[in-house]
Design a protein around this ligand. Structure first.
Ligand code: 2RA
Length: 342
């Protein structure tokens, strides 16, 4: 007998990818419900070789549903996740709403699957921010080998991180420039076509953005609270695929060859690292892939005693950054933690 699964926010970019990945990985579901707001009721979304009719989140009865994957924004999660969890359905929430709550595990399976066991306190599990997920997958094996002290990361984040509206704005602005039809910025603070914007999420009092704070706080919760991390998060005119330039300072020495070998062997990673034209990954090449890619691995000469590395990390932000990570959590839940009703 299979599991009963619901996807909340099934018409959004991430929700659609959740359905795609549940089907691709042949998740052992007997039923999958695609839920969204009333305006989407009756429309259809793809699920493998078939389609699912959108049902109303407001009217759906979660009793008997085993797992609900949420990606409908923080306000929907805040209102509905506790209700759904109270009905006995485990919630895997992609919003930021519960991530830093002490009794909610924040999980990247390749990094801290051991922490998943605590989910019963709230019956809620948090998915990390997309830019955090790919980073900690790359940092984890290096941290285990040489213990990371400090990370400096600059991100180059695609517009799909801002959802359908972000992708539409890039497309329409770009097309507009060729047909002399100026498309004013709405989703982003400034023009994104042929531009980059050093601002994702809201500004905080210390001058960092909330996106930059998330990367630091979430990395410490998932990987190690002693890691010092500072980030600059930038929106770039790319549709899908987040890229990150990462500088890492370790407690212990680590060579480039050691790092490359460690990363090659680590789960969830693909190393594309040749010091030649095209010997590295770019966002266009990561789209649709499950892997987090690492390139440009090199010694950071500004850190003494061979304790510094620099590298380039790229991943599909809709997949490992969101939908894939959530489905991997669901796979672990059914494999190790949930018992099927007799
Ligand atoms: C972004 N990481 O890229 C944020 C939320 N997905 O906009």
């Amino acid at each position: 007998m299979g599991w009963k699964v619901a996807v909340v926010g099934a018409t959004g970019q991430v929700g659609r990818e959740m359905l795609n990945i549940l089907a691709e990985r042949q998740f052992p579901a007997d039923t999958v419900a695609a839920l969204a707001s009333p305006k989407s009721i009756g429309t259809e979304v793809s699920y493998g070789e078939t389609t699912l009719k959108i049902q109303s989140l407001e009217d759906y009865d979660f009793r008997g549903t085993d797992i609900a994957l949420f990606s409908a924004g923080g306000s929907v999660s805040a209102k509905w996740a506790p209700k759904v969890a109270a009905a006995g359905c485990v919630v895997v929430d992609n919003s930021s709403h519960f991530r830093m709550e002490p009794d909610v595990p924040l999980i990247v399976p390749e990094v801290n699957a051991h922490a998943l066991g605590n989910f019963r306190k709230r019956n809620i599990i948090a998915n990390p921010n997309c830019s955090t997920a790919q980073l900690v997958v790359a940092l984890k094996p290096l941290h285990d080998f040489a213990k990371i002290r400090r990370v400096v990361v600059s991100t180059y984040q695609s517009v799909s991180g801002a959802g359908n509206k972000g992708m539409d704005e890039l497309f329409n602005q770009t097309r507009g420039l060729f047909v002399n039809d100026t498309v004013e910025p709405k989703k982003f603070p400034k023009q994104i076509a042929f531009n980059v914007i050093p601002h994702i999420d809201v500004f905080m009092d210390d001058g960092f953005t909330k996106e930059e704070w998330k990367m630091a706080a979430e990395t410490r919760k998932i990987l190690d609270p002693d890691i010092a991390l500072t980030a600059t998060c930038v929106r770039v005119p790319v549709f899908v695929g987040h890229s990150e330039a990462v500088n890492i300072e370790f407690e212990n020495p680590i060579t480039v060859d050691q790092a490359r070998e460690i990363l090659r062997e680590a789960p969830g990673l693909m190393v594309v690292d040749r010091r030649e034209d095209g010997g590295y990954i770019t966002p266009l090449e990561c789209v649709g892939d499950y892997a987090t890619f690492v390139s440009r691995i090199r010694r950071d000469p500004t850190v003494a005693d061979g304790k510094g590395l620099a590298l380039w990390c790229v991943s599909d932000n809709l997949r490992k950054g969101a939908a894939l990570n959530a489905v991997q959590i669901a796979e672990i839940l059914v494999a190790r933690h949930l018992k099927q009703a007799a």
